[in-house]
Write a protein that binds this ligand. Structure first.
Ligand code: MN
Length: 415
């Protein structure tokens, strides 16, 4: 029998253009950048639950937080550092000696020391000169190395900074002992093509062997840019479960993993069947609902309603699914509604060994379609308006804030 391929795979055609790293060290940022999403906060115990799930799924490195943020945050980092996780625990700090001390005290084995690199950040936010940034970076990297930490050095806004300064700064911290260099697209303005150019130039000028990227999703390109970076040899990309993070979020863990695993056949070391459970856990503990059409973990990403699609799926799932839902630890759903066709009904009837003749089937189909067309959206709309009201005012409410101001006796204009 002739072996006929059911679908073509053109990914091997581009294999020569990829320089995928030998080993990927996924660096999870859910508990740091993810938590910085407006309105999101995790208790130390919640951080531990997420960290355990990440670690069990095979994520090798996770940022637990910034210990100087608050006492609770310091407690969270300590809790994770002492939990005996398989994943390495990292904590972050600015180029300030006290921040590094706090990380040392937390018991984390890894530190990410961060400072801004672009002129707009230096002039308006840090109010530091380039020389001052280099000096503070070098001395805190040395301090952390002397304390025995694995040191990653991060600049915010790397891709909008003058390249000569980027080169000088990163070379200086490498010489001071930094183990890993992080390039950040803090406001998400890279495209895959430009990012690959930037990273090639970075490697040519700085020459790191162990490097990382931090991509934001402001233009919806966080995952694409992260994949482009891994294609360029980046070893430890930052990811967040569900793409959580500031503003439009970061590169989503599940998407980055499945693109590499499923499209390139690359072994990420992640137990992909844990991804859906991880996503649900983070959705629940962050309170940030996953969009229905979110890739891989959204409610619709393995659901089918349209007659033509359902018919295809029932005959062979390759027709309308690029991967099996079980690969990410979930199942598929067949939805009955306006777009349903006969094949889905025949299949559904089998559940109770029911058999309908053609006229019966036609009538049943008519009723299902009608019901689908007239289904009330009222309940969903009520839920949506409650949801919007909640999301319009995340965090501490205005009323709570002004009550605090008043109780402290801060003088203000009467309204
Ligand atoms: Mn960020």
């Amino acid at each position: 029998m002739a072996t006929e391929r059911l679908v073509e795979d053109y990914h091997p055609q581009t294999a020569a253009e990829r320089r995928l790293p030998e080993r990927l060290i996924l660096w999870d940022e859910t508990l740091r950048d993810g938590e910085q999403m407006p309105g999101v906060h995790f208790t130390p115990e919640e951080k531990l639950r997420i960290a355990e799930a990440l670690s069990d799924a095979g994520v090798p490195l996770l940022n637990a937080g910034i210990p100087v943020v608050s006492e609770e945050e310091a407690r969270a980092v300590r809790l994770l550092a002492e939990a005996g996780l398989r994943a390495k625990v990292l904590a972050a700090g600015r180029t300030v000696p006290g921040d590094v001390d706090a990380v040392v005290k937390s018991g984390a084995s890894h530190i990410a020391i961060f400072v801004a690199a672009s002129q707009v950040h230096l002039r308006y936010k840090l109010k530091m000169t380039q020389d001052e940034v280099v000096a503070a970076s070098v001395s805190t990297v040395r301090q952390a190395k002397q304390a025995g930490l694995h040191v990653a050095f991060v600049t915010e806004d790397t891709v909008r900074a003058p390249f000569d300064f980027v080169e000088r700064l990163y070379k200086a911290v490498l010489e001071a002992g930094a183990d890993r260099l992080v390039v950040a697209d803090t406001v998400g303005i890279m495209t895959p093509l430009t990012f690959r150019w930037f990273l090639r130039e970075f490697r040519r000028r700085v020459g790191p062997t162990d490097w990382s990227v931090h991509c934001h999703n402001d233009f919806g390109l966080a995952v694409a840019n992260t994949i482009a970076a891994v294609e360029e040899g980046v070893t430890s990309p930052h990811v967040c479960v569900n793409g959580l993070g500031e503003r439009a979020g970061n590169a989503s863990l599940e998407e980055v993993v499945m693109v590499l695993e499923s499209l390139y056949g690359y072994k990420t070391g992640i137990r992909t069947d844990r991804l859906f459970g991880l996503s649900q856990l983070v959705e629940e503990l962050s309170g940030v609902p996953i969009a229905a059409n979110k890739a891989l973990v959204g409610y619709n990403s393995f659901s089918h309603e349209a007659g033509i699609h359902t018919h295809g799926i029932l005959a062979n799932t390759l027709t309308y699914e690029p991967l099996q839902p079980e690969a990410v630890g979930r199942g598929r759903q067949m939805i009955l509604g306006k777009h349903t066709g006969k094949a889905a009904l025949v299949e559904k009837l089998k559940e109770r060994s029911a058999r309908a003749d053609d006229p019966m089937l036609a009538e049943l189909l008519k009723r299902v379609k009608e019901r689908g067309e007239h289904r009330s959206k009222a309940e969903l709309q009520r839920f949506l308006s409650e949801y919007r009201a909640l999301f319009e005012h995340p965090g501490v409410s205005d009323q709570e804030f002004w009550q605090m101001v008043e109780s402290l006796g801060i003088p203000m204009e009467a309204r």
